[in-house]
Design a protein around this ligand. Structure first.
Ligand code: NAD
Length: 437
C-alpha cells in the first residue's frame, strides 16, 4: 500500500510476561493492531484513527421490574470503524459488560468483517445485566427500551446489531419490532440473527460452528492431517462448539474430548458427539453424558493440554495464557471462541510451531451469514438452507486461501496474516477516502 508516512509502532511486542491480571479485550485488540501494523506500510494517520473507536454511546435503560420497582441499567454501543460500510456487531447482556470490552470487541469486528471482505465495519454493544435475573417479560421490556435509547445510531445502513452472549433470536425480534414501530414501517435489516419468520436467515445459528469446521478441515488438509486420522478436542459444547464438533465428526475426524462449564469428557476412541445435546438444547448435557457413558472425566484445563492433533477452544476468552501455552500439546489450534488465546500465549505457541487459526477467520461464519441475512432482508427474498451453506463454504474457502497466500508469502503466523489482510483493506479504504473535513 502506498504511504506517505509509515507506522512507528515497535515491531516486537511479546505481551506482558506476567499475566496475573487477565488481558482485557481492548488491550489484546490494540496489541494485535500494533503487531499487524509492523508488517505492512500503513498511513500513520489511518493507523492512529484505528486505535480509537469512532463513537461510544452510553445510555441509561430504566426497567420496571415485576414487583413494580424501577431499576436502572447501563448500556453501550461502541462503533469502531465504518470506512467499508455500516457498523456491525453483537449485543451482549452480561453482568461484566464494560465500555472497554465493547470497544475491544468492536475493533475485532472491524477486522473480522475485513478479513471476510464484507462491506461492514465493526461495532459491539451490551447492557450490564445478568440476563438470568430477568423474566422473559423484563428482558423484552429492557430490549425495547434499549432499542429506543440507541435508535438514532442504529439502522440498516448505519449499524446492524446481532445476538451475542445473553441475547438470542427472540431478543433480535423484539429489537427489530421496537425499531420498526418507531420508524413506522417494517425494517428487518436493522438487525440480524432474527427468527427466519421475520426475515432471519436459515443456517445463521450454526454458522460460526460451521465456519470453524470448514477452516479446521482446510487447515488439516494443508498440513497433511487427513481428517479420518485426525483427533480433535473441543472446549465448550454450545452453539459454536457443538456445531463444529458434530460437523467434524460427520466429515470423518475423531472428536476425543468435549466439555461444558462443569468439565470435560474424554475417550481416545472418540466421543459420540451426535448423542450429546448442545448447551442451548440442554444445559449440562456433557455432564449427563459423562455419567451414562464409559468415558474419562477431565477438567477444562486438562482438556486444553490433551495430546490431540487439533484443539478448538469454543467456550470463553483468555483460556490459553502464558501459564499453560507451553503445555498445549495440539499441533493446530482453531479459535472458535472470541479471544481464547492471550497475546503472550500466542507468541509462545507461535515460537513452538503450533499453528493457530485466529477467531477473526474461524468463527466469522456468524457475521458472514448475518451479511447474507441483511442481503435477504434488503431484497425481501429468503435463501434456502442449501444456498446459505454453499455460499458460506465459498466465502470461507476464499478467505482462508487468501490468508494461506499471506502465510506462505510473508512467512508469518495465521493470526498475523489475518490482521495483515484486514488492516491492509481497512487502511487502504481510509487512505483512499481521506479525512473529512
Ligand atoms: P454458548 O453459551 O452457546 O455455549 C458456551 C459453552 O461453553 C457451553 O457449553 C458452556 O457450558 C461452556 N462454558 C461456559 N463457561 C465456561 C468455562 N468457564 N469453561 C469452560 N466452558 C465453559 O456460547 P456460544 O454462542 O457457543 O459462544 C462460545 C464462544 O464463541 C464465545 O466466545 C462467543 O463470543 C463466540 N462466538 C459466538 C458466536 C455465535 O454466534 N454464537 C459467533 C462468534 C463467536
Amino acid at each position: 500500500m502506498a504511504s506517505n508516512q509509515q507506522s512507528s509502532i515497535p515491531s516486537v511486542d511479546r505481551g506482558p510476561a506476567d499475566e496475573t491480571t487477565p488481558e482485557t479485550a481492548l488491550e489484546t485488540a490494540r496489541r494485535q493492531l500494533g503487531r499487524a501494523a509492523s508488517h505492512i506500510e500503513i498511513d500513520a494517520a489511518a493507523l492512529e484513527r484505528l486505535k480509537h473507536p469512532a463513537k461510544v454511546h452510553e445510555v441509561t435503560v430504566p426497567l420496571e421490574r415485576e414487583d413494580g420497582s424501577v431499576e436502572v441499567f447501563t448500556g453501550y454501543r461502541a462503533q469502531h470503524d465504518s470506512v467499508r460500510g455500516p457498523y456491525k456487531g453483537g449485543l451482549r447482556y452480561h453482568p461484566e459488560v464494560t465500555r472497554d470490552e465493547c470497544v475491544g470487541l468492536s475493533m475485532w469486528m472491524t477486522w473480522k468483517c475485513a478479513v471476510m471482505d464484507l462491506p461492514f465495519g465493526g461495532a459491539k454493544g451490551g447492557i450490564i445485566v445478568d440476563p438470568k435475573s430477568l423474566t422473559d417479560d423484563e428482558k423484552e421490556r429492557l430490549t425495547r427500551r434499549f432499542t429506543h435509547e440507541i435508535r438514532d445510531v442504529i439502522g440498516p445502513t448505519k449499524d446492524i446489531p446481532a445476538p451475542d452472549m445473553g441475547t438470542d433470536p427472540a431478543t433480535m425480534a423484539w429489537l427489530m419490532d421496537a425499531y420498526s414501530m418507531q420508524e413506522g414501517e417494517t425494517i428487518p435489516g436493522v438487525v440480524t440473527g432474527k427468527p427466519p419468520v421475520v426475515g432471519g436467515s436459515y443456517g445463521r445459528e450454526e454458522a460460526p460452528g460451521r465456519s470453524v469446521a470448514i477452516v479446521t478441515r482446510e487447515t488439516c488438509e494443508y498440513y497433511d492431517y487427513p481428517l479420518e486420522e485426525t483427533t480433535v478436542a473441543v472446549q465448550g459444547f454450545g452453539s459454536v462448539g457443538a456445531s463444529a464438533a458434530r460437523l467434524l465428526e460427520e466429515w470423518g475426524a475423531t472428536v476425543v474430548a468435549v466439555s461444558d462449564v462443569n468439565g470435560a469428557v474424554y475417550d481416545p476412541a472418540g466421543i459420540d458427539v451426535a448423542a450429546i445435546p448442545s448447551h442451548d438444547e440442554e444445559p449440562e448435557a456433557v455432564t449427563s453424558y459423562a455419567a451414562a457413558a464409559d468415558v474419562t472425566r477431565l477438567s477444562n484445563a486438562e482438556l486444553l493440554e490433551l495430546d490431540v492433533d487439533v484443539l478448538v477452544p469454543a467456550a470463553i476468552g483468555n483460556v490459553i495464557t502464558a501459564d499453560n501455552a507451553e503445555a498445549v500439546a495440539a499441533d493446530i489450534v482453531v479459535e472458535g471462541a472470541n479471544g481464547p488465546t492471550t497475546f503472550a500465549a500466542d507468541t509462545i505457541l507461535d515460537e513452538r510451531g503450533v499453528h493457530v487459526v485466529p477467531d477473526i477467520l474461524a468463527n466469522a461464519g456468524g457475521v458472514t451469514v448475518s451479511y447474507f441475512e441483511w442481503l435477504q432482508d434488503i431484497n425481501r427474498r429468503q435463501w434456502t438452507l442449501e444456498r446459505v451453506h454453499e455460499e458460506l463454504e465459498a466465502e470461507m474457502i476464499d478467505a482462508w486461501s487468501h490468508l494461506r497466500e499471506e502465510v506462505e508469502r510473508r512467512g508469518v503466523s495465521w493470526r498475523d496474516a489475518a490482521y495483515i489482510v484486514a488492516l491492509s483493506r481497512v487502511g487502504e479504504a481510509h487512505e483512499v477516502r481521506g479525512l473529512w473535513p
